[in-house]
Design a protein around this ligand. Structure first.
Ligand code: PEP
Length: 249
């Protein structure tokens, strides 16, 4: 099992359902050439399944890592349309997103499904990036802490050895793809809560990323917060210069 012991900065691009072989070719070449801070920041891209072969080919031997945006909780079998952890290993993936808010809302993924997916990823030696976050309605109702605790509970119940191999991403749903990031203070408040939960679970060193309209212009102020260890980046990850400037921040 991979253990994410250090809190080295980590910036992961989530391409969502964007890209083409031609567009990816130039983006990946620019990332490969432009990632000049590998000692201070780990950089990775999580791409649509059909492009895993391309990232494997283009990023092998570079300082960048790559991964997928989802996986099945099942190891193999009659699960049409699903992709297993061992299939991701065939393309040397390091990371896999689990429980992204778009999976939770459009595909009905529950907290326990998310935990089962994280467990399947760990069993195959992948690092699950477990996404949690409240909706606008939940935030306005003052339910943020309760929602985060509820989403984390089945994941933390997997035990300290498992959680040590994960990355957590706090992504307030109201900030994803809206251009309206949480302020550094708002994000830090929730990250401190997550850190306290990790501390209670005996794994304070797990990296906690912030996601939600991160761009080069706001990255440095977010990363200045004590419990923000990097970012999960959507839209800005599709523009090489912007993504690299986030990593440089
Ligand atoms: C995301 O997709 O996880 C995300 C944070 O998107 P964006 O950066 O576009 O808000």
């Amino acid at each position: 099992m991979t253990t994410e012991q250090s809190r080295k900065r980590l910036v992961i691009g989530n391409w969502k359902m964007h890209g083409s072989l031609a567009a990816n070719e130039s983006l990946l070449a620019a990332l490969r050439q432009g990632h000049v801070h590998p000692d201070s920041c780990d950089l990775a891209v999580c791409v649509p399944f059909p492009y895993l072969a391309q990232v494997h080919r283009m990023l092998s031997g570079s300082a960048l890592s790559w991964g997928a945006q989802d996986l099945s909780a099942q190891a193999q079998g009659a699960f049409t349309g699903e992709v297993s952890a061992s299939m991701l290993n065939d393309f040397s993936c390091r990371f896999v997103l689990v429980g992204h808010s778009e999976r939770r809302s459009f595909h009905g993924e529950t907290d326990s499904v998310v935990a089962a997916k994280a467990q399947a990823a760990l069993a195959a030696g992948l690092v699950p990036v477990v996404c949690v976050g409240e909706t606008l309605q939940q935030q306005e109702a003052g339910e943020t802490s309760a929602v985060i605790e509820r989403q984390l509970a089945p994941v933390l119940a997997l035990g300290p050895q498992a959680v040590a191999g994960m990355v957590i991403a706090y992504e307030p749903v109201w900030a994803i793809g809206t251009g309206k990031s949480a302020t550094p203070e708002q994000a830090q408040h929730v990250h401190a809560l997550i850190r306290a939960k990790l501390q209670q679970a005996g794994v304070p060193q797990v990296r906690v990323l912030y996601g939600g309209s991160v761009k080069a212009a706001n990255a440095a102020s977010l990363f200045a917060m004590p419990d923000i260890d990097g970012a999960l980046v959507g839209g800005a990850a599709l523009v090489a210069e912007e993504f690299l400037n986030i990593a440089a921040a």
